[in-house]
Design a protein around this ligand. Structure first.
Ligand SMILES: NC(=O)c1ccc[n+]([C@@H]2O[C@H](COP(=O)([O-])OP(=O)(O)OC[C@H]3O[C@@H](n4cnc5c(N)ncnc54)[C@H](OP(=O)(O)O)[C@@H]3O)[C@@H](O)[C@H]2O)c1
Length: 334
């Protein structure tokens, strides 16, 4: 049995999901993979906030937590600072990282991967794109021998849920957004979702893996769904189509990246993807078309992805090896 000493950063939706998964499935993971998770501390901002911690120790001293003798940092905190500084510090000490942070990876992925390589640490980020769907594992490993021509995806469950309710029930944008906020699908500030930033970050990560050079997320042509009217949705319905916030990468030239509302027809693989479900369609040679569908957000699916990465890191450590991330060509693309 190998014990993995873990620092968990964040105990919100996702962080709590990680604690719960370790609490409920820890014995089963130990039995199946011979890895036991020892959570040395959980970093939060507000110690007074009521929350269930399953007896794990909370701290608001994140630097102190990261300075402890740990094997892996599981990051479920979000944002760029202080997260970037904390994860950089961990990787520089050879501590491996599993993160759910798409914004951080899209903006600083090439840099963090370079730091991880320099210090022979693992950096895994399956949870950062489409949560419960193992799309990064698929692209990065199992489809590695393919040439990826195109990726299309519904990468933001909030906007897909809103568009579904607007089309099916004639709800306005504001009504659909309010329902999403009441259900906890959307933040008080919905900008990242409805303006397409969230999907753009995720697309950047997928396109970087597919193309072999870290893409600049500023190059994503991005529109969001604020401009989608009920008339647009009605017109699409009359034409037998549905409007989806389509994230698309095409491998032409230096790569075309866009997040734009698009009317898709009944024969499109994303036509039947409703509500908060995510889906990714990968067109590659020689495999053909691969479609992955599943839960793209939420505590359980995101914790599943983070802990899948943590289990792999633990299994590698038990064998005395590290899976060092690939070197990315991160040169600027005109
Ligand atoms: N929610 C999802 O479905 C989902 C899906 C995929 C990926 N993700 C990613 O997972 C990450 C976490 O998302 P979430 O929804 O779990 O967020 P959340 O509910 O807001 O939780 C964030 C947690 O991090 C802590 N935190 C934030 N900033 C901090 C700081 N400066 N110092 C100390 N603690 C800090 C918060 O502490 P307090 O609790 O004390 O405020 C909270 O426990 C994000 O990168 C997000 O993009 C989320």
């Amino acid at each position: 049995m190998h014990t993995l000493r873990v620092a968990l950063l964040g105990c919100g939706t996702v962080g709590h999901g990680v604690l719960r998964l370790i609490h409920e499935n820890g014995d089963s993971i130990a039995q199946r993979r011979s890895i036991r998770f020892d959570v040395v501390g959980v970093g939060v901002r507000d110690l007074a906030k009521p929350r269930q911690t399953y007896g794990y120790k909370l701290t608001d001293d994140l630097s102190g937590l990261m300075a402890q003798d740990i094997d892996v940092a599981i990051e479920a905190m979000g944002g760029v600072e202080p997260t970037l500084r904390l994860l950089e510090g961990a990787l520089e000490r050879g501590v491996s990282v599993a993160t759910a942070n798409k914004e951080l990876m899209a903006k600083h992925g090439a840099h963090l991967i370079a730091v991880a390589r320099a210090h022979r640490a693992e950096l895994r980020y399956e949870a950062s794109v489409a949560a419960g769907i193992p799309v990064i594992a698929a692209l990065d490993r199992q489809l590695a021998a393919n040439r990826v021509a195109r990726i299309q995806g519904i990468l933001n469950g909030t906007t897909n849920y809103m568009l579904s309710r607007m089309a099916d029930e004639g709800l306005s944008f504001d009504q659909a957004l309010q329902i999403c906020q009441e259900l906890g699908y959307a933040e008080a500030d919905p900008t990242a979702d409805v303006d397409g930033f969230d999907a753009a970050y995720k697309l950047t990560i997928l396109a970087s893996i597919a193309s072999g050079h870290w893409q600049d997320w500023n190059r994503v042509q991005r529109q969001g769904i604020r401009g989608v009217s009920l008339q647009d949705l009605d017109r699409a319905k009359r034409n037998g189509q549905r409007i989806r916030l389509l994230a698309e990468y095409r491998a032409e030239g230096h790569g075309h990246l866009s997040v734009i509302p698009v009317a898709v027809s009944a024969d499109h693989p994303l036509f039947g993807v409703h509500g908060s479900t995510n889906a990714v369609v990968i067109d590659a040679e020689p495999v053909g078309t691969v479609t992955l569908v599943g839960p793209g957000a939420g505590a359980g699916p995101t914790a599943s992805a983070l802990m899948g990465d943590a289990v792999e890191i633990g299994c590698n450590l038990a064998l005395g090896i590290r899976t060092i991330p690939h070197a990315w060509r991160s040169e600027a693309i005109e």
